[in-house]
Ligand binder design. Structure first.
Ligand code: UDP
Ligand code: MG
Length: 348
């Protein structure tokens, strides 16, 4: 696991080879999942456009409307009609951010893909620095949150615990305090598209695919406008999802737990038999009986619950339902049969 103190990984033979073959004027796809973000969209576009001017690349926006019920889609469509390069992918309902991101990667054409939240918590101002790291050969450049002091103690504590448990239970090393905010190369996008699973814990999937990675440390600002969509219950389920999609250790624990309990039970049985043989039959202890019955039935329910969690996951996966459904794609450039490639930003 990468900690904040250590410096980012350096160059290798792989990054040097990649750097030599990067296209001079790449197409950058800005993938933005949006769910009821009408309040913040105008300012998001203003800041992102400002951050991108002067860069030697082409840009396309890929907005994924994750079932918004406010003016989100209308606002985006208005910007696209006014010449903003890119498209709006309208999902058929709210599928959640993870599914929306998968839809975004599916519909992005870029040589590089930047994943941003619409609420400006992922500063677009970092994109130029990420692009230059990409040019120097890294395939994944993620944002690392160094200062979470604006979040509540409880949120920071539970986040810390989650990363610790995740690190212990899985073989992949997922950087702590990295969100979905990142810039990834086309090869990583293609790798992600090859992962067929339905439960898409993106942070884990990003870590699983690997590729030369580095990070930019930043202070995560507060949401600029509108409402956050996560509550504790959703976060808890998200954490469970992440753990059970990447680790079978919770299942294996019962092998050892069960083994230990069985060994103790045998020892206790031997003790009881010997006691009966030596002292004769005693009045049985109601309390110890009750305690052990309750304790072990609780343990059994817990283990069945954990097994159930994985069976549920198998159930979801075997149904093979698509991760998301698209109800509409708004793409003015494609409608006019024009090439989707916008102009070189450096000319602006
Ligand atoms: N989002 C989404 N679908 C959802 C929830 C959120 O597409 O069901 C988008 C949201 O519009 C935003 C990003 O995901 O662009 C992050 O959401 P939010 O700010 O609520 O999450 P947080 O910053 O608390 O992680
Ligand atoms: Mg946010």
């Amino acid at each position: 696991m990468i900690d904040v103190q250590s410096s980012p990984p350096g160059q290798s033979i792989y990054t040097e080879r990649r750097a030599a073959s990067r296209p001079a004027v790449p197409l950058l796809s800005i993938v933005v999942p949006v769910f009821n973000e009408a309040e913040v969209l105008d300012i998001f576009l203003e800041e992102t456009e400002a951050a991108l001017t002067g860069l030697h690349l082409s840009v396309e926006y890929v907005f994924i409307d994750d079932g918004s019920t406010d003016a989100t889609a209308r606002i985006i469509s208005r910007h696209l009609a006014a010449g903003l390069p890119g498209r709006l992918i309208g999902l058929s309902r709210n599928f959640g951010k993870e599914a929306a991101l998968s839809a975004g990667l599916e519909h992005a054409h870029g040589d590089i893909v930047a994943i941003l939240d619409a609420d400006l918590q992922d500063p677009p101002g970092l994109i130029p620095q990420m692009v230059s790291l990409w040019r120097s050969g890294f395939d994944v450049i993620y944002g690392l949150r160094v200062d979470r002091s604006q979040e509540t103690l409880a949120k920071r504590g539970t986040a810390h615990l989650f990363y610790k448990v995740f690190d212990r239970l899985t073989q992949i090393s997922m950087p702590a305090n990295a969100g979905d905010f990142r810039l990834i190369d086309r090869s990583v996008v293609d790798a992600l598209k090859r992962l067929p699973e339905r439960s898409r814990f993106m942070k884990g999937l990003f870590a699983w695919v690997g590729y030369p990675s580095t990070y930019i440390a930043y202070e995560r600002p507060l949401r600029r406008a509108g409402q956050g969509k996560w509550n504790y219950w959703r976060l808890w389920n998200f954490a469970l999802d992440g753990l059970t999609s990447f680790s079978t250790v919770p299942l294996r624990i019962w092998l050892y737990g069960g083994g230990t309990v069985a060994a103790l039970a045998i020892a206790y049985a031997v003790f009881l038999i010997l006691r009966v043989l030596i002292y004769g039959i005693d009045v049985p202890g109601y309390a110890s009986l009750m305690v052990s019955v309750l304790f072990f039935s609780g343990l059994q329910l817990l283990s069945i619950g954990i097994v159930g969690e994985y069976v549920g996951r198998l159930f979801i996966e075997t149904k093979q339902r698509p991760v998301f459904l698209v109800q509409d794609v708004i793409d003015y450039a494609a409608a006019k049969d024009e090439p989707a490639l916008p102009t070189d930003r450096s000319a602006e």
